[in-house]
Design a binder for this molecule. Structure first.
Ligand SMILES: *[C@@H]1O[C@H](CO)[C@@H](O)[C@H](O)[C@H]1NC(C)=O
Ligand SMILES: *[C@@H]1O[C@H](CO)[C@@H](O)[C@H](O)[C@H]1NC(C)=O
Ligand SMILES: *[C@@H]1O[C@H](CO)[C@@H](O)[C@H](O)[C@H]1NC(C)=O
Ligand SMILES: *[C@@H]1O[C@H](CO)[C@@H](O)[C@H](O)[C@H]1NC(C)=O
Ligand SMILES: *[C@@H]1O[C@H](CO)[C@@H](O)[C@H](O)[C@H]1NC(C)=O
Length: 430
């Protein structure tokens, strides 16, 4: 395993040096991000059939961005009516997690921190406390009862996969779901909770838009992605009418080298150093796609309950993912301790702006569209990524082994379980 990692490291480094860095308008960090995908895509590193792992670039300087005084302005009466579930703090809580590596079989190796030997458990002892109210834990019996004969899908990239595994683990306390479908690469999967006739799927659609991806099994791209900004990915739209609930999200994959199309004509390119195509900003492309997603939802005759989940931040510190970037913290961060990195900020701004724009239209058309804004609460949890424990017992042979850290996905169990508490509250609390 270690040899493979070292080998991949070297091959990555060669690839890295062969590129002409400074030719790119968007700068070094974007290139690094693109290359980051190559290594972290690498199948040979994987223990499980699923393999995509988008990483982002370095941590920005720490600047205070949050107001610490908002809670003071909320009167108790107010808070009952309009508690902002996403504005709060992580408070100490010794309650045992719902599940562990020993009780849940749905945890992917790379996020199975306990099993992989992560020694500390402090990161499990926190609960999200919205300022204006309390957030109860998801009640899996009640949840499944509400979901009789219903179908859900989580649609997006590897963070959606991380999320579905958390939900499966929480619900499997009640009943073990049957795995009823998977595609060849295990990227699209479906489970059914038999006594509830409740179907839960994860659908792979990292852009939500139609895309042709030219990557081999090791994640090495032979060409840029061809991304059609004006066409949605049928991989999820064709299931749309059969789904009662959906959680859509996207973002990270927009950093990859992509040729953008509109009306099947090349519109521009993002990070294509070898091509003579006009550079187009990620912001433009992402906005275009999200707008299409929302327009599709609003125009559809099928009325499901749809959550748009905001994109989540990474927490690499003291370097990039490839230059020894780590996430060794044992405690949540204080408000303002981490600021969103440039790329995350771009994605987030687009998400919030477009959601705000579409909300009145959604209401007009009787569409139940909600924002699952997990970004701010996730920003406060630099302690809950796998880090080196992406791998099984990374330091068993060598205490000083050089291991590439994962500071983007979340340990299971971990704070990603809170996303489900929030979902439940949004379902039952209106
Ligand atoms: C879960 O992790 C612990 C270490 O934290 C380990 O002792 C145990 O064997 C693991 N269980 C399974 C089923 O992998
Ligand atoms: C399961 O739910 C679907 C609707 O989602 C319904 O059509 C079907 O009849 C149900 N099956 C059973 C066995 O209850
Ligand atoms: C689920 O579907 C079955 C079969 O169609 C039906 O008998 C049952 O009443 C449904 N249950 C709920 C809660 O809708
Ligand atoms: C949709 O699914 C097809 C077949 O599995 C795949 O080739 C295509 O790349 C997928 N689209 C995206 C955007 O991943
Ligand atoms: C790049 O494209 C522009 C306009 O499309 C053209 O004028 C220029 O000669 C091209 N440069 C190269 C190196 O092909």
């Amino acid at each position: 395993m270690e040899n493979k990692i070292l080998y991949n490291w070297k091959s990555w480094w060669r690839a890295f040096n062969n590129h002409n860095f400074f030719a790119i308008k968007l700068g070094v960090s974007i290139l690094l991000v693109a290359l980051a995908f190559r290594l972290l895509f690498n199948r040979s590193l994987e223990l499980s059939p699923v393999s995509e792992t988008p990483f982002l670039e370095s941590v920005a300087p720490l600047i205070t961005v949050y107001s610490e005084t908002r809670a003071d302005h909320i009167s108790p009466q107010d808070s009952e009516a309009k508690c902002d579930l996403f504005d709060g703090d992580w408070v100490p809580d010794k309650t045992e997690p719902f599940y562990t590596n020993s009780t849940c079989e749905f945890i992917e190796q790379h996020q199975n921190c306990m099993k992989n030997g992560r020694p500390d458990r402090e990161y499990l002892n926190w609960r999200w406390k919205p300022r204006g109210c309390d957030l109860p834990r998801l009640d899996p019996w009640k949840f499944l009862d509400l979901m009789r004969n219903k179908s859900w899908a989580l649609i997006g990239d590897s963070i959606s996969r991380n999320h579905v595994q958390s939900l499966l683990c929480m619900l499997s306390v009640v009943e073990k779901p049957d795995h009823v479908y998977h595609d060849e690469g295990y990227k699209n999967r479906r489970w059914v909770f038999p006594s509830y006739n409740f179907s839960l799927s994860v659908l792979w659609s990292p852009f939500l838009a139609q895309a042709a991806i030219f990557e081999d099994i090791d994640g090495v791209a032979s060409s840029e992605i061809e991304l059609h900004l004006d066409k949605l990915d049928k991989n999820w739209t064709r299931h749309y009418n059969d789904l009662d609930y959906m959680i859509l999200s996207s973002g990270k994959w927009f950093v990859k080298g992509s040729i953008y199309y509109e009306n099947d004509q090349i519109l521009g390119c993002h990070f294509c150093p070898k091509r003579n195509i006009t550079e187009v900003e990620i912001k433009f492309a992402y906005r275009k796609v999200i707008r299409n997603v929302f327009s599709f939802i609003i125009a559809s005759k099928h009325k499901g309950i749809i959550f748009y989940r905001t994109s989540t931040p990474d927490h690499f510190e003291n370097g990039e993912w490839f230059s020894g970037g780590i996430c060794e913290r044992k405690l949540p961060a204080r408000h303002g301790e981490f600021e969103l990195k440039e790329l995350n900020r771009i994605l987030r701004d687009v998400e919030l702006e477009e959601f705000e724009k579409v909300s009145p239209k959604a209401a007009e058309n009787g569409v139940n569209l909600k924002l699952l804004d997990v970004n701010p609460l996730s920003l406060l949890r630099p302690d809950a990524h796998p880090g080196p424990y992406r791998f099984f017992q990374p330091f068993a042979k060598d205490k000083n082994a050089k291991v590439i850290n994962d500071c983007l996905h979340w340990c299971l169990p971990g704070p990603i379980d809170t996303w489900n508490d929030l979902l439940m509250e949004m379902l039952v609390g209106g």
